[in-house]
Design a protein around this ligand. Sequence first.
Ligand SMILES: NC(=O)C1=CN([C@@H]2O[C@H](COP(=O)(O)OP(=O)(O)OC[C@H]3O[C@@H](n4cnc5c(N)ncnc54)[C@H](O)[C@@H]3O)[C@@H](O)[C@H]2O)C=CC1
Ligand SMILES: O=C(CO)COP(=O)(O)O
Length: 325
Amino acid sequence: MRIGVIGGGAWGTALAQVAAFGGREVLLWVRGATLAETITRERSNPLYLPGITLAPTIRATTDAADLDAVDALLVVVPAQHLGCVLSGFAIGTRPLVLCAKGIEAGSRRLMAEVAAAIHPRAPIAVLSGPTFAHEVARGLPTAVTLACADAQVRAALSERLAAPHFRPYASTDVIGAEIGGAVKNVLAIACGVVEGAGLGQNARAALIARGFAEMTRFGLARGARAETLAGLSGLGDLVLTCSSTSSRNFSLGVGLGRGESAASLLADRRTVAEGAFTAPVLLQTAAEAGVDMPVCEAVCRLLEGAAVAQVIGALLARPLREEGV
Ligand SMILES: NC(=O)C1=CN([C@@H]2O[C@H](COP(=O)(O)OP(=O)(O)OC[C@H]3O[C@@H](n4cnc5c(N)ncnc54)[C@H](O)[C@@H]3O)[C@@H](O)[C@H]2O)C=CC1
Ligand SMILES: O=C(CO)COP(=O)(O)O
């Protein structure tokens, strides 16, 4: 199976490196001609994944038609651009492996819904889990959820993407895998706020646990399975991104917690902090489904410019309730 990767940010480049394991050829579509040339000639992506020497079998292109030659495509562009970028490719019946974590603003659709509307004949898979790109690219051990409804496609993709340091765990729960990745980014911002505002380790652990309850409530309402939400793409990724400044979402939260404005923290960013875009649309979708998500709502208020002390105070002043989802 020849693999193509759409998107030359940190994660697309790291996944190209995984797919190139063992000398296999990989074609990576990126947006800029200079970046494409640097990746192919110098075997590095200094813009998005500095310090990593890429496999010699990775070739980059800016021409969507070049990807007509591959058998399956990993789609690794930010969630808000996925629809627009995918419209430029002819996919037919080839599998699409969606790797972005988010919900499309406006349409309120998950990535699989966006992709299926544009390429209805393509089998859809979702790859998601606790995966900092720079660690994966360095060959450090990593495990992911690979969800796809089609058993044959799922098995073929799992086998093709597995490497000694990269373990896909198969699942049929595409919605669950998507929801875990989208929601954890918003919760990672909340945990960063706790860090930035100096609220302590107890508060961070409480947010992870209560945030997981929110993720579970929302996921179950949307048809996700509880075990997927408690797995790599849900709880696993939540724990990773809520604990480390390597997370762009967590780092954004740290800035908010220190009292910096969302506008200044988001201005001129080259890299994406998906939670900032997911938070408002997640809240709308949750309200529509009648699901209460107070932590995600607090993140929305902070992104809108509310004061940290006020938002934290309101969260802590909520009526006492029984524990549980
Ligand atoms: N970096 C990581 O460790 C991981 C990232 N992801 C997810 O992968 C997705 C892509 O993130 P990264 O590779 O980290 O991106 P990045 O933050 O490294 O780079 C930004 C990417 O966005 C693209 N971009 C910017 N404006 C665009 C536009 N108007 N149209 C199309 N593309 C545009 C850039 O070309 C670049 O590929 C996100 O959904 C992210 O949540 C998932 C797992 C790990
Ligand atoms: O999704 C990720 C790790 O699994 C990357 O997290 P950030 O986008 O917050 O950096």
